[in-house]
Design a protein around this ligand. Sequence first.
Ligand SMILES: [Zn+2]
Length: 104
Amino acid sequence: MSTNSNCSSGCLTKDHATYGECLRSKSLRIAYCNSAGGSDASRQKRWDAELNEYRAAVSQGIEPDSTATRDIRKAVDWSEKTGVAYSEENRHDYRVDKALEKVA
Ligand SMILES: [Zn+2]
């Protein structure tokens, strides 16, 4: 059997259909562990969730434009769509590659 290329290297189960699904399962696990700690402050939870999502993305080699949830989601969605870990540099390279494909 070949390795499931949809999964990140840190993935334990290697059974995800897409790279994004793999990332989401990872951040969900982290979020669960944190809420089990029992903080009642929902603002703190939201903040933790945002940071956890950011950390999960970064641990996959993704570099969101900021720690804001919308930027993290954007970066993860892009990674899922392209199969490439998002960063400003990778996004640029990917665009160049696509442009060259059209010319070829
Ligand atoms: Zn996975």
